[in-house]
Design a protein around this ligand. Structure first.
Ligand code: SF4
Length: 226
């Protein structure tokens, strides 16, 4: 398992906590709007002992660790890494695309995780198109169930990009996630590191997203546009 980047302190990745962010190399999806394309095939690797020592030395300033990617649950070693971080008494947040419900379940059951953010890419019937991958949709559904049935904090989030996600898709997702804690409409932002190339995909107008949010927000405890 390669930790290919580390952001020493972030104020935005873990809700209401300062966290160190660890980026895990590789992903089983190829979403064209992915802004972490450099993480998917990175050649960098940071030594785990260096990271654990860094965390130990920064305990006074950092409360939490966010593990993101790529897709961290591709690796069985994730369980051991998180165990080591929890042993040092940090809060742990995991970002995932939901393709490994068994890993999520183990982490939840063993009280090794404090916050999960799961991407919901689109309507279940259109996952292959948006992710450019063959997706076992039952695994996505199982992850949603594991997360909703847990008693930890969580969010579901959808990157909304005009070319790939329609208003119908968002309403459909909201229907399936009905009763969840938090749902985030994450507007697409263009940039140099977009997997499908710069200037190809477009964000939604804020007014349109606000209109959609008004329709779906009662399905959730919290619904946010980001
Ligand atoms: S957006 Fe997330 S799930 Fe999609 S390719 Fe990028 S890292 Fe993987």
């Amino acid at each position: 398992m390669d930790i290919c980047e580390m952001e020493k302190s972030s104020f935005i990745d873990y809700p209401n906590k300062i966290s160190t962010v660890l980026f895990i190399k590789g992903c089983n999806f190829r979403c064209p709007y992915c802004h972490n394309s450099h993480i998917l095939n990175s050649k960098e690797s940071i030594d785990e002992t260096y990271i654990l020592t860094f965390l130990e030395n920064r305990k006074k300033y950092i409360e939490a660790v966010t593990i993101t990617g790529g897709e961290p649950t591709l690796y069985n070693e994730l369980y051991t890494l998180i165990s080591k971080i929890k042993n040092k008494n940090f809060y742990v947040k995991l970002d995932t695309n939901g393709t490994n419900p068994d890993m999520l379940n183990r982490l939840v059951q063993d009280n090794l995780i404090d916050y999960i953010a799961m991407d919901i890419k689109t309507s279940f019937s259109e996952y292959n198109k948006v992710t450019n991958s063959l997706v076992d949709i039952n695994k996505i559904k199982k992850s949603i169930k594991v997360i909703k049935n847990s008693n930890i904090d969580y969010e579901f989030r959808t990157t909304v990009c005009k070319e790939l996600i329609s208003e119908y898709n968002i309403l459909d997702i909201a229907k399936h996630l009905n009763g969840s804690q938090k749902y985030i409409l994450q507007n697409f932002r263009d940039g140099d590191t977009i997997l499908g190339g710069i200037n190809k995909y477009h964000s939604y107008k804020l007014e349109k997203l606000q209109e959609i949010k008004c329709i779906i927000e009662n399905s959730f405890d919290v619904c946010i546009i980001r």
